[in-house]
Design a protein around this ligand. Sequence first.
Ligand SMILES: *[C@@H]1O[C@H](CO)[C@@H](O)[C@H](O)[C@H]1NC(C)=O
Length: 165
Amino acid sequence: MKFVELFKTLLLVLSSAICSCYPQGAPIDICDTISHSRNPGLTFAYEAPYALFQTSLSYKPGQVINVSIQRLTTHSTFEGFMVQAVDKISGRYIGRFLDADGLHPMDECSAVTHKDNKPKTSIQLAWVAPLSQRGDVVFRGTILERKTKYYEGLVSRLEPVRNQY
Ligand SMILES: *[C@@H]1O[C@H](CO)[C@@H](O)[C@H](O)[C@H]1NC(C)=O
């Protein structure tokens, strides 16, 4: 199964679960599933040539934080991604990503994924903090380099110098 289809399937599972089975919202494990997707056709690779950066660690109610996926080597491109926002202390996913070209936000999981599988060299995201709390946020990501290879468990760090790559 192509990863695009895999993600579509996950989205379908997600939305049907939310719409028909859990009128109060998805249980936590569905959102956990999307960030730890397993597929027999995919090979998990260590040492990702990509990094996740965030422009701020702490958030205030409603604050927008920029998040980017950047490549660390010259020739790397990736076809897909999944990024999820997690409160650093509680470990719960929080906030939501703003919609933009090529993005598919999943507000139920405080996550965002790609819409197309064109080769990408970087991705810019904007995350909005919940209106009712403050704290520290980290972003975790999965990068699908191509149909058969992915990197999982990326954790964002504070962007040292903007537009460095
Ligand atoms: C976040 O991104 C927006 C749009 O690209 C930009 O105008 C803003 O300066 C960025 N903020 C930070 C803190 O980098």
